[in-house]
Write a protein that binds this ligand. Structure first.
Ligand code: BGC
Length: 755
């Protein structure tokens, strides 16, 4: 429908316009009946619909409608599958249309800085490329139905402690390279209708009133066209927020902040045009939805089946010493209450009221060879001697044991962070006890974030089910029995212990959280430190095997405008049909700047029959190779060599090839008396100016200078030391050493800067 929204706004009173900029209640925007502006609803998710009607609260205490709980982000990201994420989003979009929900509050793309963050289960990855691609696919799926998404929480909301006030203090390069790209990719590739700003401050300024974040970066640089809403209660000062680019306050301060907006327009401190623009942005999205209402029918059953498919294609097989898949004829005992009562989602605002939950025991109910022993409770840390004894007896009698371990609800949730990375003690103890009487032990983990695994070397099988959504039991047993060939890979590194994590010394600080590890988050850190991890980013096993070959790169000399196509052949060399996630990493060999050893810049998932070969393609551009230079205020890849690596995980590179970049962009150079010779000699804009001093300095201090030389050949200043001294010497020293007058040097500096 063709609407003249500007015309509509011109008919609104100041009060109506201010009112449009805050919610009607917890879940609705206001409407203006006399002008035909409808009141629309937003709802949490995003791994299902959490539509609440009566007595709304946002922390999941009041029930929402019965819906399908799909796998939370922690698991679905492990699919590394854009098509699957689109299909997931498409289902959410259909459900939202059918339930008259105009915007789904998600996806949540914050980076997993530490395994301790209580909301890690809602977030995709430690890697910004994977998080961005996954989010973009999901958003495109939802919005295909004209239902909006609200990508959240923008930005740098990486811990729960003091989340409403703490400041995430990070340098610009870190924000641009690690904490922003998932948002940037999604905004550019999927145009989310809305963005939800986070509660926290960034370098001291609340996200909800940060003009650099909400306007300069989000709109002016990335081209965001929708509206920004606050996280629930994230408004600090309303008028500065509106001016910074926060259009919608949620939920509603009962008119308090609307009055502030009205007063500010009246006293002239807020330009009414800013308000009009905010209203226009909100109404564009409101009508985008209401003008495209679809008659949608969906069945809970069909979406349950999709939830199972997503879970099964995402779970990660971490260890398999010839113990899996299980055979129907084997006597197997399932131990641990999670087999009966799986933990399949996390607590807080994303909590879905599942219409059904399938446990692993439900899923194998027809198989007489499977028995069950509770062993330990799902939601407590109590070692019960009777339960343990019963479990040990059952373990001894069985051919194989599957222990369903995991984190109880109380261990991780929105609202607070974990304080350690351990499983409940009762579980670790029972696992060790069982290992003493039975060697064929498989662990299935239900957790929203990595756990320490003291028993890792003793167990033969390990399946990371994470939080699997309501069809978790079916997905797990399909993998255990080989009906599904496992094909997920880790979207995060699993360190051996908490103190290995790069944010260990600053995570969870209360007021100012120093992101001192900078860009070295997750595998970027573990790889740089050559630190062993329990399981690396991108890792996951299969029941079949894959061979990589025939790496082709269409050009090895690359300019700033070029796109490079990389292709590689993958062959299923095993006996069953399977899917492989092929990963492309880039390594900067120029040495111009300190960078991670390698970074993920492409992935493709490919399905192969035994013996089959397919070629996968990747496309890289200049930005793929670049890092963010805060002085240049831009992305920069220096001229020089780079390595393209094709791997099966971040620590399993199979093929590589070097390419060479020739960049036009040059780093800005502001020369002053203390600029070093090293910088000036390395730059072709200045090298010629200072070469003569270099020669003079070498003659004066070098190994071959007459003062320095001794008869026995021994020297006080070696050539190496001389070179190092000159490299680090500031320009002003040529005056100190009488090689140049001060005026002459200042003129030269002015001339170089003029270049
Ligand atoms: C959460 C958001 C959520 C909102 C509405 C907030 O507390 O941080 O993720 O969408 O509540 O429930």
């Amino acid at each position: 429908m063709n609407r003249n929204i500007k015309e509509l706004i011109s008919q609104m009173t100041l009060e109506e316009k201010a009112g449009m900029c805050s919610g009607l209640d917890f879940w609705h925007l206001k409407g203006v009946e006399r002008l035909g502006i409808p009141s629309v609803m937003v709802s949490d998710g995003p791994h299902g619909l959490r539509k609440q009607d009566e007595k709304a609260d946002h922390l999941g205490i009041n029930d929402s409608i019965k819906a399908v709980c799909f796998p939370p982000a922690v698991l679905s990201a492990c699919s590394f599958d854009r098509d699957l994420m689109y299909e997931f989003g498409d289902a959410i979009g259909r459900e939202a249309q059918a339930n008259d929900v105009s915007v789904v509050l998600g996806p949540a793309v914050n980076i997993k800085r530490s395994p301790l963050c209580g909301r890690n289960f809602e977030y995709y990855s430690e890697d910004p490329y994977l998080a961005g691609e996954t989010a973009a696919a999901f958003i495109n799926g939802v919005q295909a139905h004209h239902v909006g998404t609200s990508i959240k929480h923008f930005a740098a909301n990486n811990q729960e402690f003091n989340r409403m006030s703490a400041s995430s203090d990070a340098d610009e390069r870190t924000l641009r390279e690690i904490y922003f790209p998932a948002f940037e990719t999604a905004v550019k590739k999927a145009k989310p209708y809305t963005v939800m700003c986070s509660y926290n401050r960034i370098n001291g300024t609340f996200a909800s009133e940060n003009p650099w974040l909400l306007t300069d970066v989000l709109r002016d640089e990335w081209g965001f066209k929708g509206y920004v809403m606050s996280d629930w209660g994230a408004v600090n000062e309303r008028v500065p927020g509106l001016m910074a680019g926060l259009e919608l306050e949620m939920p509603s301060s009962g008119g308090v902040y609307d009055q502030e907006i009205i007063a500010a327009v009246k006293d002239g401190s807020l330009n009414e045009a800013v308000l009009d623009q905010a209203v226009e942005r909100i109404l564009n999205i409101v009508f985008e939805y209401t003008d495209h209402r679809e008659e949608q029918e969906f069945t809970l059953e069909a979406d349950h089946a999709l939830a199972k498919k997503i879970a099964a294609e995402s779970m990660v097989l971490l260890k398999n010493d010839s113990v899996l898949p299980l055979k129907e004829t084997e006597k197997v005992v399932f131990i641990g209450e999670f087999a009966k009562k799986p933990r399949f989602q996390g607590g807080g605002s994303s909590h879905i009221n599942s219409f059904r939950v399938s446990s692993a025991l439900d899923a194998v109910s027809g198989n007489v060879n499977i028995t069950y022993a509770k062993g330990f409770p799902a939601n407590d840390d109590i070692y019960d001697e009777t339960l343990a004894k019963e479990a040990l007896e059952a373990a001894k009698a069985a051919d194989k044991v599957v222990i369903f371990a995991g984190l109880p609800d109380s261990f991780e949730s929105e609202g607070y962070d974990r304080t350690h990375m351990r499983l409940p003690e009762c579980q670790n103890r029972l696992i060790e006890d069982i290992l003493a009487v039975q060697s064929e032990v498989i662990i299935v983990l239900h957790n929203g974030s990595p756990v320490e695994m003291p028993w890792l070397t003793g167990v033969k099988g390990l399946l990371e089910a994470y939080l699997g959504g309501q069809a978790v039991g079916e997905a797990v047993t399909d993998i255990l029995f080989g009906k599904t060939c496992p094909c997920g890979k880790l979207a995060e590194s699993m360190p051996y212990k908490l103190s290995d994590n790069p944010s260990y010394l600053s995570f969870g600080d209360g007021e100012n959280v120093k992101y001192q590890e900078g860009i070295f988050v997750g595998y970027r850190y573990y790889d740089a430190k050559e630190m062993p991890v329990a399981f690396p980013f991108g890792y996951g096993l299969s029941y079949t095997s894959f061979a990589y070959g025939n790496l082709q790169i269409d050009k090895t000399e690359i300019g700033e405008k070029d796109t490079v196509t990389v292709s590689v052949d993958v062959t299923n060399t095993g006996g069953v049909e399977g899917k492989e996630i092929v990963q492309l990493y880039l390594s900067d060999l120029t040495g111009v700047c300190r960078r991670p050893l390698r970074e993920l810049k492409g992935y493709e998932k490919v399905s192969l029959m035994p013996g089959e070969t397919k070629t996968v393609h990747f496309h890289l551009d200049y930005r793929s190779f670049a890092w963010y230079n805060a002085k240049l205020k831009d992305w920069y890849a220096a001229s020089g060599s780079y390595e393209i690596l094709i791997g099966a995980s971040s620590r399993d590179m199979r093929l590589s090839e070097k390419v060479h970049i020739t960049a036009q962009k040059q780093l800005p150079l502001m020369i002053h008396m203390n600029t070093t010779f090293g910088e000036l000699l390395a730059d072709n804009r200045t090298a010629d100016y200072v070469k003569r001093f270099k020669t003079q300095l070498e003659e004066t201090f070098g190994a071959s200078s007459s003062d320095n030389k001794k008869d026995d050949g021994d020297v006080a200043i070696s050539d190496a030391m001389n070179t190092a001294m000159i490299t680090c010497m500031p320009l002003r020293n040529v005056v100190s050493y009488g090689m140049c007058g001060k005026k002459e040097l200042l003129d030269m500096i002015e001339e170089m800067n003029g270049q």
